[in-house]
Write a protein that binds this ligand. Structure first.
Ligand SMILES: [Fe+2]
Length: 316
């Protein structure tokens, strides 16, 4: 049995028809460095990488790829071998797709709800300064942030993420959200408390989400960066899925805004790092304080959510 080399989240690719709105949301709201490459392409920087978030024109209105970074070519080759040894067939990205991501090359496989898991090394760096409202973002050893996946089959997804990516359990949380009892599993791949989390309804497993990703999280360097972004997002009219609050497990302070594509984006500050003597704990309640919903979905949105949840019962 091979072991997965160490991974960190390196980039995300989003497909959207709302690129103007993404430019406003990421730039004016979240305070990231945005570059409008063309009418059909927006790229976003949060550090010395050219392309951490790529928003390309397309109908998915969703995250389509998560790019996982490996230390070097040897680790990249070992990862491919590890995936193939575990029965996952991987396909290489085209030169055009690699250029879009600003990486030398990559390979990947279709994972959760068709979400592409991609693997690369040696993304290009730039000396150009960031032009952003947020004073800085934390990436480094913990990577770009985290993604949360909602599923009807948490046990199978957790087993896959552990076996294929080498993810390890950080902790679990149960909570009743909007009348539904929920379970969350938080998984680390490096020092970041979680690079991935899995969410599921307890009891009857339903997936009320149209999108592959429930939310993406990015980490700002200061509390003020987060609170200022929260106020800007409100001012710009973006819906706040959860206002400022603090999680009990990673102690991160954050808020969640609904992105132009419908999934949520969390901007957080100061989550704890995983250390060598980490104890896996169980928590009740996803927040120590705050994180209150600040909008009421429309009737049509509620109907769509119920319909998606019911349809999910018949999905493989
Ligand atoms: Fe999160």
């Amino acid at each position: 049995m091979t072991e997965a080399p160490s991974l960190k989240l390196g980039y995300v690719v989003i497909e959207s028809e709302r690129i103007d709105d993404w430019q406003r949301f990421a730039g004016e709201g979240m305070g990231m460095h945005v570059e409008r490459v063309s009418d059909d392409l927006l790229t976003v920087r949060v550090d010395d990488r050219e392309r951490r978030i790529v928003v390309k024109r397309g109908p998915a209105e969703d995250v389509v790829s998560l790019g996982w970074e490996l230390a070097d070519d040897e680790a990249l080759r070992a990862m491919r071998k590890h995936l193939e040894a575990n029965g996952v067939s991987t396909g290489a990205g085209t030169a055009e797709a690699a250029a879009l991501r600003d990486v030398p090359g990559f390979f990947g496989f279709d994972g959760h709800k068709g979400l592409r898991f991609e693997f690369f090394t040696a993304a290009k760096r730039t000396n150009r300064p960031l032009v952003a409202k947020t004073s800085g973002f934390v990436t480094g050893e913990g990577g770009l942030g985290h993604a949360v996946l909602f599923t009807r089959k948490p046990e199978a997804l957790l087993a896959d993420l552990q076996r294929l990516l080498g993810a390890r359990l950080s902790d679990t949380i149960t909570d009743k959200l909007q009348g539904t009892e929920m379970e969350f599993w938080f998984l680390h791949l490096n020092e970041r408390h979680h690079s991935l989390a899995v969410a599921a309804t307890k009891g009857v497993r339903l997936d009320p989400l149209r999108t592959r990703v429930q939310h993406l999280m990015f980490e700002a360097v200061s509390f003020n960066d987060v609170s200022d972004a929260y106020l800007r997002c409100k001012e710009l009219g973006y819906r706040i899925a959860m206002g400022m609050g603090q999680h009990p497990n990673d102690n991160g302070v954050s808020f969640y805004a609904i992105s132009p594509s419908g999934f949520e984006v969390e901007l957080g500050f100061d989550p704890v790092k995983i250390g060598a003597d980490w104890d896996v704990r169980q928590y009740r309640g996803i927040s120590k304080w705050g994180h209150r919903p600040e909008f009421e979905p429309t009737k049509a949105e509620k109907r769509a959510t119920i319909w998606t949840a019911l349809k999910s019962l018949f999905r493989k």
